[in-house]
Design a protein around this ligand. Structure first.
Ligand SMILES: Cc1ncc(COP(=O)(O)O)c(C=O)c1O
Length: 393
């Protein structure tokens, strides 16, 4: 194997959010971290080499996206998603969360209603409430652990609340769904019908498991293209979150102008030089590494699934169609509150996972586990969980 994803790196004392701030985040020293969505793998050598060459040059001045940068993006999205992007659609922001906050201000006024689906990636809700807009929740339906969209509720709430903006997570964090072409078409059709702008957060687009295809919503029809802001980034795919770069595509010039204005009002102008180099290298030469890491993570998923079946039939995980985040259901263990479940996972299993309640109402009795780590770490986590649950039974 060319890549050794089994290698365990010590990430302590590297300023890593995942490891180094336990006390500040109210966690005991001895918890094993499988929470925030970055990977415990070294990024691709081709990217590290490009970064190192830029450092060797030694000048880290103001920089911008050049023709090579756009060319790398165009080839990547063309090859992987059959999506032809135009240069003028592109606006760079430091992060996708930054872009979502800007989009909320660009496309709605204070007091207006914005639709999201729960369970939700927490910054979606925060971008609405922190900007004095009003969240409208379309709860995802869960049947036997598989999630789907309640389209009747989706359309009814848009009409009743005069919703102006919908923030879509595709593929979905935390429930791991990769929306089908037909689900995305229904979403787009309803939003076109009622004049709703869509922010489609597709940061997890590269992470689909075998048998699942990611479709770029904006690419499904010219009508969808006209109402959609597509948020993309190489940072999840190539483990570059600390570099902060995202590529936001907005074909509609009116939406683009409004968005660009909000970005400019934050004072942001140019991307980070190291992020530019990393993104170019990732999209030009990083595909073999990405495919290898995806296979490893998929094996991790199969490993967890088999482990739970054999050792912990009381808890189940949602089928992983996309992302590297497992959504685990603890309801049959009968914890009296989310707080009690959190306490158990933290203090008995000694794990640092994301608490389901942080994803909104639909997160009750759930935990999110990041499985982008060496298998030995995953095995350690599962052993700790098994021993804690067996002590409790
Ligand atoms: C759906 C989703 N959007 C955005 C982000 C964060 O991206 P960024 O660091 O570019 O803000 C994450 C990270 O977990 C995510 O899951």
């Amino acid at each position: 194997m060319i890549y050794n994803f089994d290698e365990v790196f010590d990430r302590y004392h590297t300023s890593a959010i995942k490891y180094d701030f336990k006390k500040e985040r109210g966690k005991p020293d001895d918890v094993l971290p499988l929470w925030v969505a970055d990977m415990d793998f070294k990024s691709a050598d081709v990217i590290l080499k490009a970064l190192s060459e830029r450092l060797d040059h030694g000048i880290l001045g103001y920089s911008d996206m050049d023709a090579d940068y756009f060319d790398a993006l165009k080839k990547w999205f063309g090859k992987r998603f059959d999506w032809t992007v135009s240069k003028e659609w592109l606006i760079s922001t430091p992060t996708i969360v930054f872009a979502i906050f800007a989009a909320v201000r660009a496309f709605t006024a204070p007091g207006e209603h914005i639709l999201i689906q729960e369970p939700t990636y927490p910054p979606f809700l925060k971008s609405i409430t922190d900007n004095d807009r009003v969240p409208v929740i379309n709860p995802l339906l869960s049947r036997d652990g598989k999630y789907s969209i309640d389209f009747d509720d989706f359309e009814k709430k848009i009409v009743e609340k005069n919703v102006k903006l919908f923030i879509l997570c595709s593929p979905h964090n935390p429930v791991g769904r990769v929306w089908t072409e037909s689900e995305l078409t229904r979403i787009g059709t309803i939003c076109v019908k009622h004049g709703v702008t869509i922010v489609s957060d597709e940061i997890h687009a590269d992470f689909t498991t075998p048998g699942y295809n990611h479709y770029v919503l904006s690419n499904l029809s010219p009508d969808f293209e006209a109402i959609t802001v597509t948020c993309t980034s190489p940072t999840k795919s190539f483990n570059l979150a600390g570099l902060q770069i995202s590529n936001i595509f907005i074909p509609n010039p009116t939406l683009r102008k409004a968005f660009a204005k909000q970005v400019a009002l934050t004072g942001h102008s140019h991307p980070n030089i190291m992020a530019i180099e990393a993104c170019k290298a990732a999209y030009t030469n990083g595909e073999p590494w990405l495919e290898a890491v995806k296979s490893y993570i998929y094996e991790n998923y199969l490993y967890v699934e088999a482990y739970l079946k054999a050792n912990l039939p009381q808890i189940t995980c949602t089928p992983l169609e996309g992302t590297y985040l497992l959504w685990i259901d603890f309801s049959s263990l009968g914890f009296e509150s989310d707080r009690a479940l959190d306490d158990f996972v933290t203090n008995e299993a000694k794990l640092w996972l994301n608490s389901g309640s942080s994803f909104g109402a639909g997160g009750k009795n759930h935990m999110r586990m990041n499985i982008a780590c060496p298998r030995s770490v995953l095995n350690q986590a599962l052993t700790q969980l098994k021993e804690a649950i067996h002590r409790r039974l």
